[in-house]
Design a protein. Structure first.
Lengths: 183, 325
């Protein structure tokens, strides 16, 4: 990527953040991804993989790793089950799964793997779960998959939405829906 | 080979070029070495003699699996592994071949086979390593609980351990979330020192928190947990406070001051739930929450650059004329 183009892209992102963007008034350094279906009934569980995509090849990485970007942070799970009740969990030092730091954060280029049943247990959710979820990353680029599986030969994989590059924003090389809180 | 008794023990004579061995109750080093060499040769011959039995068992087992005769392959599975074997689903394969027999002992072998397996529409060679054991004169394979084995790749196997020579407290800041079912948070004291650490003081705002758990000492190489529970008296969100710890070991002391955010609702949560700050402050624990992420209306805002086809040099989309259909 030419130097001029890189400067243009960085300036555009800076202007967008400084002036607020089309979605609202407060730009939060958080990105959200959506899991269409999560299930842990009977022999089935959902194996989640969530990646911090802020480690990337040269040109893309220079756009992403700007000085104002959050490159590392925790994950927040917002899970709605079949009757509309919400369960919440944020990762920390004693979180289940594999791939987090000892503070419970996910660093650039790292991937967190965890079972839905273990997240639910850590969140004091009783019983099984069938529903959907939003996963909010406290960093600026997130991607993931949800794998509904019985670990015996059946697995159905869905990519968490929106996936990388699917949004028409200047910083579409990162992933996840940028979140803006109403004032 | 002949045996002759004499007062000193038994003399073993061998004909031919082999030196005569004297076996006495207290063996000389030369005789002892020869004796053990003889034993090693004998045991090696014995185990080698069992390999054709093992190969035959492996052959039958895999041939039955290839023919989808799982009930007949079952007789080559260890009794304690049969439930796992019956509950697992073998992927389809069209051929197999034996690659290696690796002896762990003369009754325990690791057998490696290559299986031509169907995956994603094509056949691929897939290595399978299994333990075979000789029991009651028969070779049988051990089958592990494949479900548990696959699940463990998604599960943390070891807790966070103290670092050698380091006394620290995790996390660097505490958050007690408004949306959590249990409004608690825990500090973990990791004692990587060579002596036990005493928890001398825990200072916190007793009008807002209860101290649910507090260890008196943390042993060397272990971790201890301090748990705070928020009493939930305020409606205002995103309140801040501190927890101060004083730890002592021998004649030394160390203090930690941990910032605490409580009744916490993150900006991302507000964005997800569509709540302004005032609405978030009025939110009660019993309120039913649903995501309300709605984009702004077209007349209110300008679309972000690159979001319409014209920005990329394409003509606008033509809508079909209903009257001309």
């Amino acid at each position: 990527m030419s130097r001029l183009l890189r400067v243009f892209l960085l300036s555009s992102v800076l202007v967008g953040v400084a002036m607020g963007n089309a979605w609202g008034q407060e730009a939060a350094n958080q990105r959200a991804i959506f899991a269409v279906f999560l299930n842990n009934e009977g022999p089935v569980d959902t194996a989640l993989s969530i990646s911090n995509t802020l480690a990337a090849p040269l040109d893309i990485g220079e756009v992403l790793a700007t000085s104002f970007a959050n490159t590392q942070g925790t994950l927040e799970f917002y899970l709605w089950d079949h009757d509309g009740n919400m369960t919440f969990y944020e990762t920390g030092p004693e979180s289940p799964g594999v791939g987090l730091s000892e503070q419970g954060t996910l660093g650039p280029g790292q991937t967190y793997r965890v079972l839905l049943s273990e997240i639910l247990r850590a969140a004091d959710h009783l019983g099984s779960f069938a529903g959907y979820g939003w996963i909010i990353a406290n960093f600026d680029g997130v991607q993931g998959t949800a794998n509904v599986t019985d670990f015996s030969g059946f697995t159905q994989t869905t990519v968490l939405k929106p996936d990388m590059g699917s949004l028409f924003f200047v910083d579409s090389a990162s992933a996840g829906l940028p979140l803006v809180s109403p004032n | 080979m002949t045996f002759r008794k004499d007062p000193g023990g038994m003399k073993l004579s061998l004909t031919g070029s082999v030196e005569t061995l004297r076996i006495f109750p207290s063996l000389g080093w030369k005789a002892g070495m020869n004796f053990f060499l003889f034993l090693a040769l004998f045991s090696n011959l014995a185990s080698t003699a069992r390999l054709p039995d093992l190969e035959e068992a492996v052959q039958c087992y895999w041939d039955y699996l290839l023919q989808r005769q799982k009930s007949r392959a079952l007789e080559f599975v260890l009794p304690e592994s049969r439930d796992h074997f019956l509950s697992r689903r073998e992927p389809f394969f069209r051929s197999w071949r034996l690659l290696q027999l690796e002896a762990k002992s003369n009754r325990d072998y690791v057998v490696t086979t290559s299986v031509e397996r169907l995956m994603l529409g094509s056949y691929y060679n897939w290595k399978v390593r299994e333990h075979w054991f000789l029991r009651d004169g028969r070779w049988r394979v051990q089958i592990n609980d494949s479900v548990a084995e696959r699940r463990r790749h998604w599960q943390r196997s070891t807790p966070i351990r103290p670092r050698q020579g380091v006394l620290d407290v995790l996390p660097a800041s505490l958050r007690i979330h408004f949306l959590s079912r249990r409004p608690e948070a825990a500090l973990i004291i990791r004692n990587g020192l060579d002596e036990e650490v005493e928890v001398v003081e825990v200072n916190y705002d007793a009008t807002s928190f209860d101290l649910v758990r507090r260890p008196r000492v943390v042993a060397s190489g272990r971790s201890g947990k301090i748990t705070l529970r928020y009493q939930g008296r305020e409606t205002k969100k995103n309140l801040t406070g501190r927890v101060d710890l004083l730890l002592r070991w021998g004649s030394k002391e160390k203090s930690f001051s941990i910032p605490v955010q409580y009744n916490y609702l993150s900006p991302g949560a507000r964005a997800l739930l569509g709540l302004t700050r005032e609405e978030a402050d009025r939110l009660a624990p019993a309120d039913r929450l649903t995501p309300r992420m709605t984009p702004p209306g077209e007349e209110e805002t300008k679309s972000p650059p690159g979001s319409s086809p014209q920005d990329w040099g394409h003509p606008p989309l033509d809508r079909p004329d209903k009257e001309n259909r």
